[in-house]
Design a protein around this ligand. Structure first.
Ligand code: GRG
Length: 305
């Protein structure tokens, strides 16, 4: 496992290099916007989503370079959602990734625009790969191009009105209400789970995975997607701000719908462990090339921030 952790660190560094290259330089016009985009993108996120993309590609025997742009696009979308989530009209937070939030540093207007530009750049980046194919006609087999298009579509669905944005709407509408466990699961699966599951499915697609692989990884992605948010609820209730890098106890203060509010800390923790087991079970038939996925599932459930 120690070997896996060190190699995850090396992968994270390669990813950060690719991410930096995928964006205009800070000094490029309009420099304020580019500074704001980079400020949040390089503020010290754990990079769980891109690591999941690359680990899923590896699990099906794919090449890292085929999945890297998708990994960058996912992190841009995730970061945009954090910037917008922290705005005064949403969660109104001052701290994110241990640093002042975007609107605290750049003002609300630039923070909104930095989020918009990150979301747009994510799809632009993936579309650029498709347009390179057009310019350089190659083999009769267009499977990689079709896989890229399918990955792009699944990312759009995960980030859209029935994924991340829809989940945020359900979250806003549920605040202060008594909600049923089924509604809470729907909320979490949309708000957080959909993007995490898209990382796994997208990585496997781009790595050339077959139908069976995709089905197993779908189950893995669905379990860790929900598990991630259950743990987030526990951390909000039990963690401290310094360790979390964001304000703790916000969910409780805002009377948000959470697993802790519904079930209490102990039951929520047990549920997260069950989801980890479900994820491990789903990929049990993969060999050692799925060790990174195993390590990431464990990190997601045992994380402290
Ligand atoms: C405002 C469009 C819009 C969407 C907001 C996903 C989301 C919807 C908001 C994120 C806010 C939040 C606290 C969600 C809970 C779980 C979560 C996504 C936490 C942050 O993810 P980590 O822990 O963060 O992977 P780092 O900083 O490590 O990348």
């Amino acid at each position: 496992m120690a070997e896996t952790a060190a190699s995850l660190d090396r992968t994270r560094r390669r990813f950060e290099e690719a991410l930096s290259q995928a964006l205009p330089a800070e000094s490029d016009w309009p420099d304020t916007l580019h500074r704001a985009m980079r400020y949040s993108l390089f503020a010290g996120g754990k990079r769980i989503r891109p690591l999941l993309v690359l680990a899923a590609a590896e699990a099906v025997g794919g090449r890292e370079e085929d999945a890297l742009p998708f990994a960058c696009a996912v992190e841009m979308i995730h970061t945009y959602s954090l910037i917008h989530d922290d705005l005064p009209c949403m969660d109104d937070d001052d701290l994110r990734r241990g640093k002042p939030t975007s609107h605290k540093v750049f003002g609300e207007a630039i923070a909104i625009l930095a989020g918009d530009a990150l979301l747009t750049r994510a799809f632009h980046l993936l579309a650029e790969l498709g347009s390179t194919d057009e310019a350089t006609p190659s083999p009769s087999d267009d499977a990689p191009a079709r896989r890229r298009l399918a990955a792009l579509a699944l990312l759009g669905a995960a980030a859209g009105s029935q994924g991340l944005v829809g989940g945020q709407v359900l979250d806003l509408e549920s605040t202060g209400q008594e909600i049923h466990a089924r509604t809470l699961e729907r909320l979490h699966r949309a708000k957080t789970g959909a993007l995490l599951a898209a990382c796994v499915r997208g990585g496997a697609l781009l790595g050339g995975g077959g139908r069976d692989d995709l089905e197993r990884l779908e189950r893995y992605g669905s379990a860790i997607g929900l598990g991630f948010q259950v743990v987030d609820d526990v951390l909000d209730a039990t963690g401290d701000a310094q360790e979390l890098g964001k304000t703790a106890g916000k969910d409780q203060d805002a009377r948000k719908a959470t697993y802790v509010r519904l079930f209490g800390v102990e039951r929520a923790r047990r549920f997260a462990t069950e989801l980890l087991e479900e994820a491990e079970q789903a990929i049990a038939r993969f060999g050692p090339q799925a060790d990174r996925l195993r390590e990431l599932a464990r990190l997601i459930v045992e994380r402290r921030a």
